[in-house]
Design a protein around this ligand. Structure first.
Ligand code: ZN
Length: 277
């Protein structure tokens, strides 16, 4: 699933192509990918001008003139791209194309999603904005506040920093990355980590995300993420997805562990030498 750097890359690439354009026509293949129904999705997006391209955490959204917002959840394999809208025949569209928005500039925004975990939505209330924690790239990001909150949490550090209500935008890749950079084992209880270590951890969030944005995000071996031009992200994680490879810092073999169980289980990657429990 795209994390903050991938979502920001997609947002920034779409902004100049979409903002100020009117949606002439909306099409979705199945009701499964729209929220609410296809009819309501079409009715509330058609004839609307896109007024901005925004992102909060991992979530991309496009405010419309009506006050509604078009929401895009990329899921595991969702991709957006813009192409010329020479001719529109829904029957002729590739089977992985799940949604199309035809625009007043003669282009169309195309949503492809082979695994269909993604979603296109339209909503008035942006509830996620109210709950979500601070944005690590925001000017008002108060690292010390996050450090103090973490110091009180009796949860594993990786789970703690994945909580979008604490800090927005980190998923598996970047949560593992910052734990590695701060030399903290992902299973350590947050409350047991020395405060200086927590400062180091939170301090690496912004520069790590900024480096990843500069590289247009990270594409893992599954090739799941591509930017809007079909290019892979060039950020190379030092730890995530590198089980069995040598640690960049010490050469020890990177291991993989699992946090939690069942549906909420999360894998993590760590260097057993650099990140001792
Ligand atoms: Zn190491």
């Amino acid at each position: 699933m795209p994390e903050l750097p991938e979502a920001e890359t997609v947002r920034a690439q779409l902004e100049p192509q979409l903002v100020g354009e009117r949606i002439l026509y909306s099409w979705a293949r199945t009701a499964r990918i729209t929220a609410p129904s296809i009819d309501e999705f079409s009715a509330r997006t058609q004839n609307q001008t896109i007024v901005a391209a925004k992102r909060r955490g991992k979530q991309i959204y496009f405010p419309l003139q009506s006050g509604d917002s078009l929401l895009v959840h990329l899921g595991m394999t969702g991709r957006l791209h813009v192409e010329d809208d020479a001719q529109f025949e829904s029957d002729a569209l590739h089977r992985h194309i799940q949604g199309v928005l035809r625009l007043s500039n003669g282009k169309r925004l195309v949503f492809t999603d082979p695994r269909t975990f993604g979603k296109l939505g339209v909503t008035r209330e942006l509830d996620f904005l109210k709950k979500m924690g601070p944005e690590p790239l925001g000017d008002d990001f108060d690292a010390e506040k996050i450090v103090q909150k973490l110091a009180k949490k009796n949860v594993r550090i990786k789970a703690a920093i994945l909580d979008q209500n604490l800090v927005a935008g980190l998923g598996n890749i970047y949560a593992d990355e910052v734990c590695f950079l701060a030399r903290i084992h992902p299973e350590t209880l947050a409350s047991q980590i020395p405060i200086e270590k927590l400062r180091e951890l939170v301090g690496t969030m912004r520069p790590t995300l900024e480096r990843a944005i500069a590289a247009r995000g990270a594409t893992l071996k599954d090739g799941g993420y591509q930017d809007t031009f079909g290019q892979f992200g060039e950020f190379i994680p030092q730890i995530y997805g590198r089980k069995g490879e040598g640690c960049d810092n010490c050469g020890a073999l990177i291991e993989r562990g699992v946090l939690g169980a069942g549906k909420t289980a999360r894998s993590y990657h760590f260097c057993p030498n650099c990140q001792k429990k």
